[in-house]
Design a protein around this ligand. Structure first.
Ligand SMILES: *Cc1c(COP(=O)(O)O)cnc(C)c1O
Length: 432
């Protein structure tokens, strides 16, 4: 029997011993203690219920405690919870990989399963490097990324994140040196002009000899600011990568599985990247799992030169529980009317969030798919504003200047209205 703790004991241990994401242990902000969650509601230890506007960092797209997802894990657990993937295969992985090949842009035929989004980015970067080194092109050893991009927290992934948002200066020379282009300067539905790509073109003209791949978040730069950009930009970038003979890595960890209104954001531009990263919503937010897909051209080239093998293999690769719940989540998504769900959410977010535009502290309000963003003029004090949101009965967790909603796709109009209404009231209260 695992012994149980009182909420006070949990709070004490948390404060004394536990790191939270991007947190200080000298001056910890008390964490909210969740005891259960169902649908879009989190229940705290004091019985308070919060409507979740974040879908736990954009992953629980069907909500919490979903009977079908629960069942998928329990059924698989009775067969085999985990088994090594070296020399062994299993049905949940086979089902998942075939499904991913079928639903992602045409041409992505090979799947590498891994543990988390950051690791899938590491895998993508290593695939690109091995693609070139196996052709004797050891000089193609750097990456072209974008300012305001975010690709994860491990060293390789950090090296291609926005260079100014803190992490590069902290880790200095340890990070590999990469190239950074200006972020896409064209809004999602603004008029397209070729010059938006001129900075990328310039960098490729100068440096493509040493560049293995360009890495980008399709259509939405997510954690770097929730900025949407034109599908023409991504289509043009695909052409530039071909022209300058560099690979294109699409990081769809945030955008994949319907979030922007297409199943994958690459579909807005009708492109196939050479390498694709998936994570976050892959398991419907149940377990950590990610995948890196590539074309046969990439895998054939890696495996026919140099070492002849791809050099990566996590201990928990292809975990059967995670694959089983990913299969169930994707089936649930494809079996639902997700396109109307997302457009309903987009319409409601646009309508109801527009109310705060008149507030002086608000810089911009924008929505795409199931993403609604209120960009403030100044950085938000997360600990302070979080208390106000909790008092409104909603869970909203801003970062930097962004207050946003990225809900589960099956959220009811009434619950979504509580989120938008709560955000409006808190903004007017805190920033007037
Ligand atoms: C969240 C995210 C990652 C990192 O994924 P983790 O699972 O947190 O390691 C990478 N790229 C993008 C675009 C993300 O949104």
């Amino acid at each position: 029997m695992i012994k149980s703790l009182t909420p006070e004991q949990v709070a004490f241990i948390d404060k004394e011993h536990i790191w939270h994401p991007y947190s200080s242990l000298l001056d910890p902000i008390p964490a909210y203690h969740v005891v259960s969650a169902t649908g879009v509601r989190l229940t705290l230890s004091d019985g308070i219920e919060l409507i979740d506007g974040t879908s736990s960092w954009w992953s629980t797209i069907h909500g919490y405690n979903h009977p079908i997802l629960n069942e998928a894990i329990v059924t698989q657990m009775r067969k085999v919870a985990h088994v090594m993937f070296g020399g062994i295969t299993h049905e949940p992985a086979a089902l998942l990989c075939k499904k991913l090949v079928d639903i992602t842009p045409i041409g992505l035929n090979k799947v590498f399963l891994c543990d988390s989004g950051s690791v899938s980015v590491e895998v993508a970067l290593k695939m690109a490097l091995q693609y070139w080194s196996s052709q004797g092109r050891h000089d193609k050893s750097q990456f072209l990324s974008f300012k305001k991009g975010y690709h994860g927290d491990t060293l390789g992934a950090m090296s291609v994140c926005d260079p100014h948002s803190g992490m590069h200066s902290l880790f200095g020379d340890t990070l590999a040196k990469q190239f950074f282009a200006e972020p896409p300067g064209c809004s999602f539905d603004g008029v397209w002009e070729e010059h938006f790509l001129s900075d990328v073109r310039l960098k490729l003209e100068r440096c493509s000899q040493t560049i293995a791949a360009v890495i980008i978040e399709p259509i939405m730069q997510a954690a770097g600011g929730l900025n949407f950009y034109s599908p023409s930009y991504l289509a043009g970038l695909r052409k530039l990568c071909d022209e300058f003979d560099v690979l294109l890595i699409a990081d769809e960890i945030a955008t994949g599985f319907g979030r922007t209104g297409k199943l994958f954001a690459c579909e807005w531009s009708n492109i196939t990247p050479d390498i694709l990263c998936l994570g976050k919503a892959l398991t419907g937010g149940y377990m950590t799992l990610a995948a890196t897909l590539c074309t046969s051209k990439v895998s054939d080239t890696i495996c026919s030169g140099g070492s002849g093998i791809f050099m990566h293999g996590p201990t928990y690769m292809g975990n059967p529980l995670a694959c089983a719940v990913a299969n169930a989540s994707i089936e649930l998504l494809l079996g639902s009317d997700w396109e109307s769900d997302i457009s309903r959410i987009e319409a409601q977010l646009s309508d109801e969030l527009s109310e705060v535009v008149s507030c002086n502290a608000v810089k911009d309000v924008r929505c795409l798919g199931a993403v609604g963003v209120v960009e403030m003029l100044h950085q938000v004090n997360v600990g302070e504003i979080q208390k106000e949101f909790v008092a409104e009965g909603i869970w909203v967790r801003p970062f930097d200047t962004r207050i946003y909603i990225m809900p589960a796709y099956n959220i009811s109009p009434k619950d979504l209205n509580k989120l938008t209404g709560g955000i409006s009231r808190v903004i007017r209260k805190v920033f007037q």
